[in-house]
Design a protein around this ligand. Structure first.
Ligand code: PRP
Ligand code: GLN
Ligand code: MG
Length: 489
């Protein structure tokens, strides 16, 4: 789940892109990059690591220009190598840099098509580089370099690409071109500010990036829509695909997004509070005479939900685990060894909050079970009398293929297991999951404007359809085992 950001301004944008990327860092910790348009040159700097590792003063000084895009990466395709850091660049036509959040599911077929029909070379295993070449070819097929030409090119991308994609490109001689997949699986939001009497625009994965840069959130980019912001700051927008079911990824609200972001006009913070409300009510239904002394969140992401559960149950909410703020998110780390080690380094209990108590630990989701297994044991070691575990999301039983790297079902703790079996495996005294209908209601909220979600990792339904054999192929390519072998080789 990468973070992407694009800005058109009347001053140099690199410093703002840097600041914006630091608040999108939770979406990708493996690599970061910025590309700026400096007259007739595209300046690019990217590499592996956090935003603060990748850019030093010298690098920032090279990134001149009033138009630019940025990316922070959590790999879902290809390798984690620095050659697959983004933005990607092609020199023809015009010079284009691209930042992509999401995952294409027809990359193999497209790669062949791009090579054989479009006669373009793709140099890495990244799906995003394939996407860039499709866009470049489609733009090359148009006359001139106008917003109209860009819209036609995006139509071509939508015809050919399948999967989840939110994309921002910088096109030399035109400006920014951004677009969102026809199902709106991945998020993209538009912001505006007026400076020196001139309109300036930013487009980002999450509204939090707009907030800190002083842009007003105007609206979400619509599924299938493309936005062009010219170098002069003129905004053009057009639907570039026939309407399809809008199905935003529900996992954004469960885990990925920051709570202070608005996505598809829904507050992530409020969605998480409603998840807690619903789960609290379910706990009361199943265990009206519960013996829970304390509700304890597993920081960070579960806090909003945990607090609401405590309110519904009328029991104390306590921060029983302290998070080391210098350790990143464990779920998006690339290997299982690193993830497992990081949980203990990241979270440490305050024993007096556990001693002789019946505790309800709350997490936003249980995916591989890496976190919860260790946390349950830590709670026991800290003296808890009983350890219950609640997940604000339903069991994750199916792969995610649209931009979250969980393609291999064997790695999912709930795959092929009943809730009782998972409970035994995690070692807790009681395990309770949110129901999917409750989760979907919690996210769409009182307005209920979003009627469908991509909830595929919970229900196995894939809004784009799937080619036969896809899961087997992708499972082999992207399992932890396969990644380890690739790294060793
Ligand atoms: O079952 P698992 O495979 O362990 O995955 C789920 C856990 O991973 C995430 O936390 P993470 O540490 O990534 O980030 P957070 O600090 O935002 O909660 C998520 O919030 C769960 O705690
Ligand atoms: N998480 C993402 O959005 C990943 C983007 C792209 N598929 C990559 O692997 O670089
Ligand atoms: Mg967590």
């Amino acid at each position: 789940m990468c973070g992407i950001l694009g800005i058109v301004s009347n001053h140099d944008v690199a410093a703002q892109l840097y600041d914006g990327l630091t608040v999108l860092q939770h979406r990708g910790q493996d690599a970061a990059g910025i590309a700026t348009v400096d007259g007739t040159k595209l300046r690019v700097h990217k590499g592996n690591g956090l935003v603060s590792d990748v850019f030093d003063e010298a690098a920032m000084l090279t990134l001149q220009g009033r138009i630019g895009i940025g990316h922070c990466r959590y790999p879902t395709a290809g390798s984690a190598g620095s050659d697959e850091a983004q933005p990607f660049y092609v020199n023809s036509p015009f010079g284009i840099a691209l930042a992509h959040n999401g995952n294409l599911i027809n990359t193999d077929a497209l790669r062949q098509e791009v090579f054989e029909q479009d006669r373009r070379n793709v140099n890495t295993e990244s799906d995003s580089e394939v996407l860039l070449n499709v866009f470049a070819h489609e733009l090359d097929m148009q006359r001139g370099l106008t917003a109209e030409a860009a819209f036609k090119a995006v139509e071509g991308v939508h015809r050919r690409c399948v999967g989840g994609y939110a994309v921002i490109t910088a096109v030399l001689g035109l400006g920014l071109v951004a677009f969102r997949d026809p199902n709106g699986i991945r998020p993209l939001v538009l912001g505006k500010r007026v400076s020196d009497g001139q309109d300036q625009y930013a487009i980002a994965s999450e509204s939090v990036a707009l907030d800190i840069l002083g842009f007003e959130r105007v609206r979400d980019v619509q599924p299938g829509e493309a936005i062009v912001v010219t170098a002069r700051g003129e905004l053009h927008a057009r639907m570039c695909a026939a309407p399809r079911q809008h199905a935003p990824c529900i996992f954004e609200y469960v885990y990925f997004a920051r709570p202070d972001s608005m996505m598809d006009d829904i507050s992530v913070h409020k969605a998480r509070m409603r998840m807690g409300q619903k789960l609290g009510e379910k706990i009361l239904r199943l265990m009206p005479e519960h013996d829970i002394d304390t509700v304890i969140p597993i920081p960070d992401t579960s806090r909003d939900a945990a607090l609401e559960i405590a309110n519904v149950l009328s029991v104390k909410y306590r921060e029983g685990f302290i998070k080391n703020r210098y350790v990143g998110r464990t779920f998006i780390m690339p290997g299982q060894g690193e993830r497992a080690k990081s949980v203990r380094r990241k979270l440490n209990p305050i024993p007096l909050e556990f001693k002789n108590r019946v505790v309800l630990l709350v997490d936003d989701s249980i995916v591989r079970g890496t976190t919860s297994k260790q946390i349950v044991q830590m709670a026991r070691d800290a003296g808890a009398r009983k350890v219950y575990l609640a997940s604000a999301a339903p069991p994750v039983r199916f792969p995610n293929i649209y931009g979250i790297d969980m393609p291999s079902v064997d790695e999912l703790v709930a795959h092929g297991r009943s809730d009782e079996e998972v409970q035994t495996l995690l070692g807790c005294d009681w395990l309770i999951y949110q129901d999917l209908s409750d989760l979907e209601e919690a996210v769409s909220g009182p307005k209920q404007r979003i009627e469908h979600f991509d909830s595929s990792c919970f229900n196995g339904q894939y809004v784009t359809g799937i080619e036969p054999g896809y899961f087997e192929r992708i499972g082999q390519l992207r399992s932890d085992e396969a990644k380890k072998t690739r790294r060793a080789g």
